[in-house]
Design a protein around this ligand. Sequence first.
Ligand code: FAD
Ligand code: SF4
Ligand code: SF4
Length: 480
Amino acid sequence: MTEKMLKFVSLEKKMPPKRAADNRRQDFNEIYDEFDQDRAKEQASRCSQCGIPFCQVHCPVQNNIPDWLMMTAAGRLEEAYEVSQATNNFPEICGRICPQDRLCEGSCVIEKGFNSVTIGAVEKYITDTAWENGWVKPTKPVVEREQSVGVIGAGPGGLAAADQLRKKGYQVHVYDRYDRAGGLMIYGIPGFKLEKEVVERRSRLLQDSGITFHLNFEVGRDATLAELRERHDAIVIATGVYKSRDIAVPGSGLGGIVPALEYLTASNRKGLGDDVPAFEDGTLNATGKNVVVIGGGDTAMDCVRTAVRQGAKSVKCLYRRDRKNMPGSLREVVNAEEEGVEFVWLSAPKAFLGDTSVTSVRAIDMHLGIPDSTGRQVPVEIDGSEHDIPCDLAIKALGFDAEDIPTLFNEPKLDVSRWGTISVNFKTAMTNLDGVFAVGDIVRGASLVVWAIRDGRDAAASVHQYLEKRAASEKRALAS
Ligand code: FAD
Ligand code: SF4
Ligand code: SF4
């Protein structure tokens, strides 16, 4: 088999073809085409089948990457899919949106000198092929168990936990305040990174597997946590983080200054065919406007690229550090630049100007000073460098904090950290409340889809252990 591998010396790294920027600016479809089979085989064959595969070590779900690459190179795609789905509930989603340059591909040993294997694109190809060929099937548990588990939140963390628990035969109920499942995968991340049908077909599959969805159901409004604990034998909280960080500068109350997630949700809903009044009336729509996005993370990248597709007059991204020190993926910066976004590095807002609505952002230039305790250089203002940037839509993309879950859920005893994230036992994912587990962003703070999946899988294993133990002790009590 190894004669099919180790081709990195003679074969160059090639990503699937990327659509031309002019063309992709016109719609919200994904920007990469699919590999064809020959190209997928060829790219998979570049892997050197490392004895200690650092790609796998640095993949949060520890995917068995060398094995599925080897199977792809040999044209054994159904087996490749079986191996790939054994460790990841949504491989086609991770293949599309993991920041591979910071995870698996960034750790690939041939990266230095030969450019990494295109792991994400092959993972996407394997699973998309599996869907096309009908290899992805609803779960049919070997045993049906009476015990039920309530999962609060239908994002990747909650859905991965639900999927794993259903495989064990539990009766799984997922509650979400939105009208669609998927969490940020459906309403946060734009279609040009992750087409919505990819998420919706997963939600349908989970439903066909026997998971019951209670949508438009907000815990805190429609039931308290205590009520759900009465209803179910265990609970998994996977509510994510949604409180936008604000900018405290003069003029921040003016019209035309909007939080990133409201803006992206409106755009995603519009794409899904919903009625979105705030989009129609222009409040959350960039068409014809000078747009300034403030922030340097992945959310900011998604906002600038959405604004371009909505037909903004100009799109600028203001970030207080430089290109090298931004938290977002470099690959997304390149995509944004190709699509016509202008990055204003080392620049921060000092004020928003305008009468009732914003007309410009007063920005100040920064330089990077000495590193702080985290090792990052601190941005420092350059006196007298203020300048005004025309703006009629300012989008704040400065990150997210946790909502006050104990108050929302009417459960003051639930332990949270000083940042409001839920505190869990890191071995079991259980909170301080018996039988209540928590996963994903609400535990880690804003993170990644693949980490939420990992947490959901780990928590499901812990829930299973907990319920087995409880059932055994109930049996013993009955017998005595
Ligand atoms: P979420 O996906 O946030 O899901 C939480 C769910 O809980 C939601 O559906 C919500 O409606 C529901 N909920 C909340 N409160 C309640 C309640 N009281 N009652 C009932 N339901 C409730 N990650 C990547 O890996 N790659 C990317 O490219 C990427 N891009 C991103 C772009 C944007 C704009 C954003 C905001 C995030 C991005 N992320 C990306 C991060 C990623 O989306 C999150 O880390 C991930 O979705 C977290 O999963 P989760 O299940 O913890 O929470
Ligand atoms: Fe890479 Fe993400 Fe796939 Fe892991 S899940 S192999 S990190 S793309
Ligand atoms: Fe293959 Fe790179 Fe992983 Fe090594 S690190 S097994 S070369 S993908």
